[in-house]
Design a binder for this molecule. Structure first.
Ligand code: 3AT
Ligand code: MN
Ligand code: MN
Length: 536
C-alpha cells in the first residue's frame, strides 16, 4: 500500500490502529480524564476568553504609550503554552506574548511603563516582573487568573494585526531574548503541525501531564519536565504510532521512553541549520550541548534543548517513574490493574529514610513569594552540589512541591529532598556523609539574592522519615493511621507494616526494597553510626 505522509525524523514504529480492547480502554481513559476534572467547564472557559479579550482590548487602548505622536502604534497579542496547544486545565496559567514595534523596548517600555500601568489596575494582583530570566517575563494574576506575559519587539515600525509569527522573517534583527520570547508561540504551532492527529495528541498529553503531576515529575524549575517538554515527548510518540488512539499512545509512551537511550535527543523534525546565524542545539559544535542529559529539542528555528535543567538525579527519578508507568500499563493491558492505579500519587514521604528539609521564611506573604521563587530556582544547584561533593554516592531526589504549615500563617514554606545511598556501592564501616560544607555553600549562594530583605531566611536540616512534619500529610493523613481503607489501601497498609512501603506487585515495591537496603546496612553500625548523614 502507498505509504502515508511521514511525520518525524524516522519511520513510524507501527501503523497499527486500535483493536476493540483499545477502543474500550480509550473510552475509560477519556471518562477518567473528565472525572479527574482535567477539563475546564464551559463557563470557566468562556470567562477566560472574555478576560483575555478584555485584557487585549485594554492593552490595545494603551497603544501609543511610549510616543503620543505615533498614531498607528499597535501591539498584537498571542497566546502560547498549554493554552495555545488546547490542553489547559482549570487553574493553570495563560502564557501570553505581546508583540510590539521596533521602537517599543523591553527594558523600559515593557518592564517599567507597562509594569506601572498594570500595577495600578484593580484586577491585577501579585505582579512580579522577572526581567533577568532566560525568557524575561512579567507574571501576575488578572481577575485571579495567572498570566505569564512576555514581550517581543520586532523590527517593524507597525505590527500588522495579522502578523504571521511562524514566518522566519519575524526573527530579522532581533536579540536572543526576543527570539526566545517569540519561540514559545512558534513551537506550539509547529507541534500541532507535526503530529498526525491533533485531538489524539491533546488527550494523550492531558493524560501524561496529569500523570507527571501525580508522580512528582512535573516541574521545569526543579529539573524535571514542564509543559513544553511533556508536549514534545508525547508528540514524538504520536509520530511513531500515527494511527494509535490515546489509550494506546499512553502505553506506547512508557514503552518508548523506558527504552530510550538518553542522551539521544528527542526531536520532531530535522534541526534547521543557521538560517539567520542564531545558535541551534548541536552537541558536535557546542561543548555545552554535550553536557545535556535528556535533550528534548524544540521544533522551530532556532532549535533549542527545552530540558537543559535535567540533571543525572532528576533523569534517574524520571526513568524510575517511566518504568513504573510501563509496568502498570502492561498490567492494565492484561486486565490485571485498573486505570486509576497509573495515577496513584507518588508516596514521596514513604520512599526514603532520610530527607533534607529546606525551610523558607519571610516577613510577609509578598516577601515570601519572591524569596521562595528564588530559593526554588536554586534547589537544582543544591542537588548538583550534593552529588558532586559525595562523588555521586549520595543521591538526591528533589521533590517539586512546596508545603505550607497553615498554623504558621503565610510566612513560611518548606521543600523536601529524598536522600539515599547510591545502589550497589559497597558500604565501608561507619561511612557517613558530611554535607554540612555543601549546605553552607548553598545557603551562602542563596543569600546573595539581589532583592534580599530583612526577615528572608533559609534553614536546611536533615530529617528522618519519622520526623517529617505532620503538615506535609494532607487531611491529617499519617502513616500509622488508617481511616476507612479500600482493598488497595489495605494492601498498602499491610505491606507498609511489613517494612515494605509501597504497593505490592508494582514497580514501586521493587524500587522501595532497593532503597531500604541502606537502612538494613546502617543498622549494623552502632546507634550513632546509624545516622548516615551528619546532622546539619
Ligand atoms: P502548563 O500547563 O502551564 O504547566 P505550559 O505548556 O503552558 O504548561 P509553561 O507555562 O511552563 O508551560 O511554559 C509556557 C511556554 O513557555 C511553553 C514554551 O513555549 C515556553 N517554555 C517554557 N519552558 C521552556 C523551556 N525550558 N524551553 C523552551 N521553551 C520553554
Ligand atoms: Mn502555561
Ligand atoms: Mn507559563
Amino acid at each position: 500500500p502507498q505509504s502515508p505522509k511521514q511525520y518525524g525524523v524516522t519511520k513510524p514504529i507501527s501503523f497499527a490502529g486500535p483493536t476493540e480492547a483499545d477502543i474500550q480502554r480509550n473510552s475509560e481513559l477519556e471518562k477518567f480524564l473528565v472525572n479527574a476534572g482535567l477539563y475546564e467547564s464551559k463557563e470557566e472557559a468562556a470567562k477566560r476568553e472574555e478576560i483575555v479579550k478584555d485584557w487585549v482590548k485594554q492593552l490595545t487602548r494603551m497603544r501609543g504609550y511610549t510616543d503620543q505622536m505615533v498614531e498607528d502604534a499597535n501591539a498584537v497579542i498571542f497566546t502560547f503554552g498549554s493554552y495555545r496547544l488546547g490542553v489547559h486545565g482549570p487553574g493553570v496559567d495563560i502564557d501570553t506574548l505581546c508583540v510590539g514595534p521596533s521602537y517599543v523596548n523591553r527594558e523600559e517600555d515593557f518592564f517599567f511603563i507597562l509594569h506601572n500601568i498594570l500595577a495600578d489596575m484593580e484586577e491585577v494582583t501579585e505582579l512580579q516582573p522577572v526581567p533577568d530570566a532566560h525568557v524575561p517575563v512579567m507574571r501576575f494574576k488578572f481577575d485571579g487568573i495567572s498570566i505569564d506575559l512576555l514581550y517581543a519587539s520586532i523590527s517593524l515600525l507597525v505590527v500588522p494585526e495579522d502578523l504571521d509569527i511562524s514566518h522566519v522573517s519575524v526573527l530579522y534583527n532581533v536579540d536572543e531574548p526576543t527570539v526566545r520570547s517569540l519561540n514559545g508561540c512558534r513551537v506550539a504551532d509547529q507541534i500541532l503541525k507535526l503530529v498526525p492527529n491533533a485531538e489524539h495528541f491533546r488527550t494523550t498529553l492531558r493524560c501524561l501531564k496529569f500523570w507527571a503531576k501525580r508522580r512528582g515529575v512535573y516541574s521545569n524549575v526543579t529539573g524535571f519536565l514542564g509543559g513544553v517538554n511533556w508536549a514534545l515527548l508525547v508528540a514524538r510518540v504520536c509520530q511513531l504510532y500515527p494511527n494509535a488512539i490515546p489509550s494506546m499512545l499512553v502505553s506506547r509512551f512508557f514503552r518508548v521512553y523506558t527504552q530510550w537511550r538518553w542522551p539521544n535527543p528527542v526531536m520532531l523534525c530535522a534541526i534547521e541549520e543557521d538560517e539567520l546565524g542564531f545558535s541551534v542545539w548541536d552537541p558536535r559544535k557546542n561543548p555545552r550541548d554535550r553536557t545535556h542529559h535528556m535533550p528534548i529539542i524544540t521544533p522551530a528555528y532556532p532549535c533549542m534543548n527545552s530540558s537543559y535543567n535535567v540533571s543525572i538525579s532528576t533523569l534517574r527519578v524520571m526513568m524510575e517513574q517511566f518504568q513504573f508507568g510501563n509496568e502498570i500499563c502492561e498490567e492494565i493491558e492484561l486486565n490485571n490493574a485498573q486505570l486509576s492505579v497509573l495515577f496513584e500519587p507518588y508516596m514521596f514521604f514513604e520512599c526514603y529514610k532520610n530527607y533534607l528539609q529546606v525551610d523558607i521564611v519571610a516577613a510577609d506573604v509578598d516577601d515570601l513569594r519572591a524569596w521562595k521563587g528564588w530559593v526554588e530556582s536554586r534547589l537544582r544547584q543544591l542537588t548538583l552540589m550534593i552529588e558532586r561533593d559525595t562523588d555521586g554516592k549520595l543521591q538526591c531526589h528533589p521533590y517539586p512541591h512546596e508545603y505550607v504549615d497553615i498554623s504558621k500563617q503565610c510566612s513560611h514554606c518548606a521543600f523536601f529532598m529524598g536522600l539515599q545511598r547510591k545502589q550497589g556501592e559497597r558500604i565501608q564501616e561507619g561511612q557517613q556523609f558530611d554535607i554540612r560544607g555543601t549546605v553552607d555553600e548553598f545557603r551562602h549562594s542563596v543569600n546573595m539574592y539581589m532583592f534580599w530583605k530583612p526577615g528572608m531566611k533559609i534553614y536546611v536540616s536533615h530529617v528522618r522519615r519519622k520526623q517529617i512534619p505532620s503538615y506535609v500529610f494532607p487531611d491529617g493523613y499519617k502513616r500509622t493511621r488508617s481511616p476507612r481503607l479500600n482493598s488497595q489501601q489495605l494492601a498498602e497498609k499491610l505491606s507498609r507494616e511489613d517494612g515494605e512501603v509501597c504497593r505490592s506487585g508494582s514497580g514501586e515495591r521493587r524500587l522501595k526494597r532497593r532503597k531500604d537496603q541502606e537502612v538494613v546496612d546502617a543498622k549494623q553500625g552502632s546507634p550513632e553510626k546509624r545516622q548516615s548523614i551528619s546532622p546539619l
